[in-house]
Design a protein around this ligand. Sequence first.
Ligand SMILES: [Zn+2]
Length: 135
Amino acid sequence: MITKNGPKPKLGDYRKILEAKAEEVRRSMSAQKAAQVVARLDIPSDEGDLSQQHHEEWIFLNRNSIDMKLLREIADALHRMDKEHYGICLECEEPISSKRLDAVPWARYCVSCQERIAARIAEGEYVDEFQEADR
Ligand SMILES: [Zn+2]
């Protein structure tokens, strides 16, 4: 996506990073799923500890939902890239520092907006939806 008005120098790099990360998350999700199926086969149906099994299931689902969230964050970031809004804070519309993008390539907000939003979430003003997956 090269434009005449000065392309963001590292945009292509971030796209590669995001796509690689999405691939990694997808792969780890299917690996977890496979491990879960194998574990299931080892549990005798008549004497399996059900509460333990439910606990493991919960962890599995919970971990998966974090992965799902991360995948959505990455998809959103790639979408913003297509719309040429990538690296622009959704709150104050200032460019997000490359240092922050290096750490969190799918970041939606600059550091100061993210901190403000995190504080609002802590106060219960915002729902979880606005929280950023952090990995
Ligand atoms: Zn901002």
